[in-house]
Design a protein around this ligand. Structure first.
Ligand code: DHB
Length: 284
């Protein structure tokens, strides 16, 4: 049993926001009950259509995406997506995004009334929207203000998901914890860009996007290690984890749990294989 800020999990392996939808498609492919926790794709107050395509492209050892926080909004989440997940014996952590502090607060407050929701992960690190998102996670004052307001609106465990697109991530980590975050998850995607040399055009319609996958793992390991030196709250390590060895590396850097993201697109069994593989390392 692993306890992250009061969220009780069978093991330290979660699936990362945006790579697992709301579990429905994956439930036909793997046993969701085996997962430590499921983190949903970001929920916003109102439905969002997301950014125009193309919005995903492959890069060496990774991928770039610019989805633009596409989701069906809070109402559909509570009426359809959450009830589906309630059928499983796995903690649901809802990733929350917004354009304004009020939006984060309203979504978080409403989610607090749902017994199936075991925690909130605040997306203050989406690189692909004009308003909100990463803007809250690259400035310590904005981070603190947002988390203080959300903290006052919910008793649920609050996890702040940090952006790597900063000069010193420890400054943001400390601001998040001082504002009341119970745990930190890091890292979100690294801002990147790719150009198709045949068309001479950017590969993503939004030009820039978020880089994920093994390409970012050493950055993530470095940041988890740096943050672990300055905060006492649990850290959830994310960034290019493909196998149990990668996951163990994050635990050695100072993480208490991990999230599997891009690897879900390569092999849907990755989280299950990592859960099994980690047992060997945890026993030593
Ligand atoms: C999106 C959000 C993120 O937090 C991220 O890292 C990448 C993409 C998005 O929905 O565009």
């Amino acid at each position: 049993m692993v306890d992250i800020a009061g969220i009780k999990m069978k093991n330290p392996v979660m699936v990362a926001s945006g790579t697992f939808g709301y579990g429905e498609e994956y439930s036909e492919l793997i046993d969701l009950n085996k997962l430590g926790a499921i983190v949903t794709k970001s929920i916003t107050l109102n439905p969002r259509p997301g950014n125009p395509p193309p919005r995903i492209c492959e890069t060496p050892a990774g991928m770039l995406n610019s989805i633009g926080l596409q989701n069906d909004g809070l109402k559909v989440f509570i009426e359809k997506q959450l009830p589906f997940l309630s059928k499983f014996d796995v903690p649901v952590i809802v990733n929350v995004a917004g354009e304004t502090i009020d939006e984060y607060v309203e979504v978080s407050r409403t989610l607090s009334r749902e017994p199936m929701v075991k925690g909130i992960e605040l997306n203050i690190s989406c690189p692909n929207v004009k308003k909100g998102g990463m803007a809250f996670g690259i400035d310590p004052k904005a981070t603190k203000e947002l988390i203080e307001e959300v903290r006052a609106s919910t008793k649920l465990p609050l996890i702040a998901k940090l952006s790597p697109n900063v000069t010193d991530i420890t400054v943001i980590a400390k601001a998040a914890v001082s504002a009341g975050a119970d745990a930190l998850s890091l890292i979100n995607t690294v801002l990147g860009m790719a150009i198709d040399i045949k068309t001479k055009k950017p590969k993503l319609a939004t030009v820039t996007g978020g880089l994920s996958g093994p390409a970012i793992k050493p950055i993530a390991i470095r940041m988890v290690w740096q943050v672990a030196q300055v905060v006492k709250v649990p850290i959830i390590g994310i960034g290019g984890i493909m196998n149990a060895e990668d996951a163990y590396e994050f635990l050695l850097a100072g993480a208490s749990a991990v999230q599997i993201g891009t690897a879900n697109f390569v092999d849907v069994e990755t989280p299950i294989k990592i859960i099994e593989g980690l047992n060997k390392y945890m026993a030593t």
